[in-house]
Ligand binder design. Structure first.
Ligand code: HEM
Length: 427
């Protein structure tokens, strides 16, 4: 049985009959079907977010893309002229159990920043993720992948059952991002726990874990100040020194935390969801095995069809905006829904079908967002997924699901807004 929502969140649902809430059990259990129905109601749908915060859901491909590249929509409510508060996200912090003095680490991240701060933060980190740096990492990603495949329990006779999420999809990206950022090996299991605590949505767990995580990042940065290495934390410290402190200490902690968290959970679940989708579609699996060169394109289609991030951050209208016939007033919140945009039949023919040769899947899906906040780790995530799935299928050509595909959807999915993840993937 999947864990339901914690009671503190369950209490928040259903206060506004007739307006969907992103926490509605129906949407959580079946986001593809649920958001699909809302998408057919209209491109902009009045809804509620978490508690009873009103929000406009943006459901169709063209409109989602338009919002994400429209500078009239901003990521921080404080960028709305005349904003006097309260910050609608404060309630969310409270519900999630994040102590008030720590909410700054969530609310002032690169993702919730706007120009000119956003450009400054993005420039500082993007060097580490450039198109040149990511291919350099490939041999290391391959080595980590091979080691994990060697160590899969039950691999010796090729007949055992293994949980791929636990033993492969999770450890691969967390090892890669920790090496890149500069988290020592001994601390990596802690990050997995931090990630799991946040994903639980249980306020007690988050409230206990969050301050420990922040303290840990402060210690990491302090350690690199006296012991510089070839890693991202050291690079950020240098940039901070060279640039006259234009990266604040809180900003640095927030960046490091965001990179480690954003860099592992999302990628782990893309590997999990993608592998499950392939093994549930034997014709597509055959196609890929016959032509491994299809892999980069296949990863795009897997992202489109079953990406691990369902929505972006909230956006706020910095002025009155007319969007597909709906008037959005200054300060109102807008939620672009990536999962429904990526399944919009106005943009993709037969969108529910997994088709690794689909022309339009190429570069244009919205699984990594779009515009200024387009995922900084997209090239790295795609590379990890290509290496992971490619090497897994080559090493274990007879791999198959140990449960029926239907059981994966109904029994193993964790119900959580924003993320689409397999709790386990028994193979
Ligand atoms: C932003 C998805 C992997 C770091 C985003 C956004 C999405 C996304 C949808 C945009 C959110 C918005 O506009 O509100 C994903 C998915 C991944 C993945 C599905 C894996 C399959 C990674 C990795 C890293 C990373 C590996 C780090 C190495 C970031 C950062 C941002 C971001 C720093 C914020 C960029 C900005 O605000 O300018 N990601 N991501 N992500 N992602 Fe990823």
């Amino acid at each position: 049985t999947p864990p339901g929502l914690p009671p503190s969140l369950q209490d928040l649902i259903g206060k506004h009959p007739g307006e969907p809430n992103v926490m509605d059990p129906e949407l959580l259990a079946d986001p593809f079907g649920g958001y699909g129905r809302l998408r057919e109601q209209g491109p902009v749908v009045r809804a509620r977010f978490m508690d009873d915060t009103p929000v406009w859901l943006v459901t169709r491909f063209e409109e989602v893309r338009a919002v994400l590249r429209d500078p009239r929509f901003v990521n921080s409510p404080y960028s709305v002229p005349g904003h006097t508060g309260p910050d609608p996200r404060d309630r969310l912090m409270e519900v999630l159990g994040i102590p008030e003095e720590f909410s700054v680490y969530i609310l002032e991240s690169i993702l919730t920043s706007d120009p000119p701060d956003h450009a400054r933060l993005r420039r500082l980190v993007s060097r580490a993720f450039t198109a040149r740096r990511v291919p350099d990492l490939r041999p290391r990603v391959e080595k980590i992948t091979d080691t994990l495949l060697d160590e899969l329990p039950g691999h010796a006779d090729g007949k055992g059952v293994v949980d791929l999420v636990e033993h492969f999809a999770y450890p691969l990206p967390i090892t890669v991002i920790c090496e890149l950022v500069g988290v020592p090996e001994a601390d990596r299991t802690r990050w997995r726990r931090f990630g799991a605590d946040l994903a639980s949505l249980e306020p007690e767990r988050i409230g206990a874990s969050f301050p420990v995580m922040i303290g840990h990042v402060h210690e990491l940065i302090a350690a690199r100040r006296t012991d510089p290495r070839d890693d991202l934390i050291t690079a950020l410290i240098r940039a901070q020194d060279d640039d006259g402190g234009r990266l604040g200490d809180t900003e640095m902690v927030t960046l490091v935390m965001a990179l480690v968290l954003a860099g592992h959970e999302t990628t782990a679940h893309l590997i999990g969801n993608g592998t499950a989708a392939l093994l549930s579609h034997p014709d597509q699996l055959r196609l890929l095995k016959a032509d491994p060169g299809l892999l980069p394109h296949a990863v795009h289609e897997l992202m489109r069809r079953c990406g691990s991030v369902q929505m972006t951050q909230l956006r706020y209208a910095a002025q009155d905006v007319e969007l597909a016939g709906t008037r959005i007033r200054q300060g109102e919140a807008v939620q672009p829904v990536l999962v429904s945009a990526n399944h919009d039949p106005r943009h993709y023919g037969d969108p529910e079908r997994l088709d690794l040769t689909r022309q339009s899947a190429g570069e244009d899906h919205l699984g990594f967002g779009h515009g200024m906040h387009y995922c900084l780790g997209a090239a790295l995530a795609r590379q990890e997924c290509e290496v992971a799935i490619g090497r897994l299928l080559r090493r274990y050509p007879d791999l198959s699901l140990a449960v029926a595909p239907g059981q994966l959807t109904t029994q193993v999915r964790r119900r959580q807004p924003g993320a689409w993840r397999l709790l386990g993937l028994p193979l």
